[in-house]
Design a protein around this ligand. Structure first.
Ligand code: APR
Length: 315
């Protein structure tokens, strides 16, 4: 039997998710949104591409959370996106209410599903989603690290003029200005980036500006779009997480995952590398950090904790 993937939020990211999932034929798709007609319209439009793209999956639209029933994977993008000049944290009030309502619906209709949150402010929203849905902590994750890392990889591949496939990079911490790009673990075909600096193929100054641009990656797109925020790369990133779960690929991916003492952090959702397989988050990979990296990570987790506490108080 085909798996059921439900997308709560049928806006820019939700629609792109549905398109990618259909093309990859990962499972049947249900789009849920409060906007009347939107999930139904997108489902119909996408379904009509099936004769060209040659996929057999079913795509449905709904305005009712009961359509979550029997979902294997739920990806949540419902809520407000950032407008230019807004930070992700500015969304906390509105999106906390929306996410807790959806969490309760997940508890009622599909408490065993694998849940991927995309709605911002990301780390705080994953936490609210887990506490309101009561799904197992390793079955609830947030999409941020893959996106932040892919922005860093893209900028590096452009600067070095090498294939994107040759670049490996990790960004840890919260999905915000305090995110921690791990330069020490950035490699080009296995060669540390420091070697490229030594060989003068990239300057430290240029690398620093790329790291800054990565941290502001979402804001840059926000400003260009004028309204709404990035949606293609966020959708691709979440689909990679869903695919690793559905196909038990056991990929190591940076995701917002629940820490229970790992990295010296307790009871908090924040971005770290994890293995995603058929049992959800199967392992948290603890990297050895330098004193400086630890300090940066601590700064980031403190910011996430403050926002998570604020979101919990809003409930
Ligand atoms: N239940 C279901 N859908 C909802 C609800 C709700 N309670 N509230 C809002 N929505 C829907 C809106 O009707 C809209 O169609 O969520 C959708 C959001 O889509 P967009 O506004 O296009 O936003 P998008 O770019 O997809 O981003 C969604 O992801 O990256 C984050 O910051 C971003 O929080 C934002 C989210």
């Amino acid at each position: 039997m085909r798996k059921k993937i439900t997308l709560v939020g049928a806006g820019n990211i939700g629609g792109t998710l549905a398109h990618l999932i259909a093309l990859k034929q990962l499972g049947d798709i249900t789009l849920i949104d409060i906007a009347k007609g939107v999930p139904q319209g997108k489902a119909l439009d996408l379904s009509q591409s099936s004769s060209v793209e040659l996929f057999d999956i079913k795509i449905n639209g709904s305005n009712n959370y009961s359509s979550l029933k029997e979902s294997d994977v739920v990806i949540i993008t419902a809520g407000l996106p950032r407008m230019p000049g807004m930070s992700r944290d500015d969304l906390v009030e509105t999106n906390t209410k929306i996410i807790s309502t959806i969490g309760k619906a997940i508890k009622k209709y599909c408490p065993k599903a694998f849940i991927i949150c995309i709605t911002n402010p990301l780390d705080a929203m994953v936490s609210i989603l887990q506490s309101s849905s009561k799904v197992k902590k390793n079955m609830c994750v947030g999409m941020a690290g893959i996106l932040d890392s892919s922005r860093l990889k893209f900028f590096l591949s452009k600067e070095l003029n090498v294939s994107i496939k040759s670049i490996e990079a990790f960004v840890l911490g919260g999905h915000g200005d305090t995110m921690v790009p791990l330069v020490r673990y950035t490699t080009i075909s296995g060669v540390p980036i420091q070697e490229f600096i030594k060989k003068k193929l990239i300057t430290q100054k240029k690398l620093n500006s790329i790291l800054k641009r990565t941290q502001n990656g979402g804001g840059e797109i926000n400003k260009l779009l004028g309204k709404g925020s990035a949606f293609y790369a966020p959708a691709s990133s979440a689909v990679q997480m869903a695919e690793s779960f559905l196909k038990d690929k056991k990929m190591i991916l940076p995701c917002a995952a629940y820490l229970d003492g790992e990295y010296g952090i307790k009871d908090l959702y924040v971005g770290v590398p994890v293995i995603i397989g058929k049992n959800g988050v199967e392992k948290i990979i603890e990297l050895k950090l330098t004193a400086n990296e630890k300090q940066e990570f601590k700064k980031s987790t403190n910011a996430v904790r403050n926002l998570t506490n604020l979101a919990e108080k809003l409930l």
